[in-house]
Design a protein around this ligand. Structure first.
Ligand SMILES: [Fe+2]
Length: 142
């Protein structure tokens, strides 16, 4: 390996190292603790703000039902700023993953929908991740 090739390899390694360090730092800054309301029948404002609301909407001609998920209940919508936002929402039908959407701060807020075949499905479980306040779930009996 000549000097020029060695410099190229060293530069590439430094870039990989920097990107990896940044990814680890970003991951470290995300709160990934599983959270639960202390009293599900009497949730605080902060708990309402993070608990996903599952709403079953219309069924299409192919038999898929639109399931809408909004992070926040009781009229409280979770904020979406550069420092504080819902970064993903996922949905399970019984034990099967339906989908997982990643969300960007500011340009979108903590809401999404999936088209789901609900035949024989007993429960839907939605999960939302807040970068600061952890991972929150709710379950709906179909
Ligand atoms: Fe939050």
């Amino acid at each position: 390996m000549n000097r020029r090739e060695a410099l190229k390899v060293a530069g590439a390694l430094a870039l990989v190292s920097a990107v990896s360090a940044e990814a680890k730092m970003l991951e470290k800054d995300m709160n990934r603790m599983e959270m639960k309301p202390k009293d599900p029948k009497n949730m605080s404002k902060g708990e309402l703000k993070h608990t996903p609301q599952i709403t079953i909407k219309e069924k299409d001609a192919k038999g898929y039902t639109r399931v809408e998920i909004t992070t926040g209940q009781g009229g409280i919508i979770h904020p979406s700023t550069q420092d504080h936002w819902i970064d993903f929402i996922s949905l399970h039908a019984d034990d099967t993953l339906v989908g997982k959407n990643t969300l960007e701060p500011e340009i979108s807020r903590g809401a999404t929908s999936f088209y789901v075949k609900l035949d024989n499905v007993k429960t839907l479980k939605a999960t939302s991740g807040c970068n600061l306040h952890g991972i929150w779930s709710s379950t709906l009996t179909v």
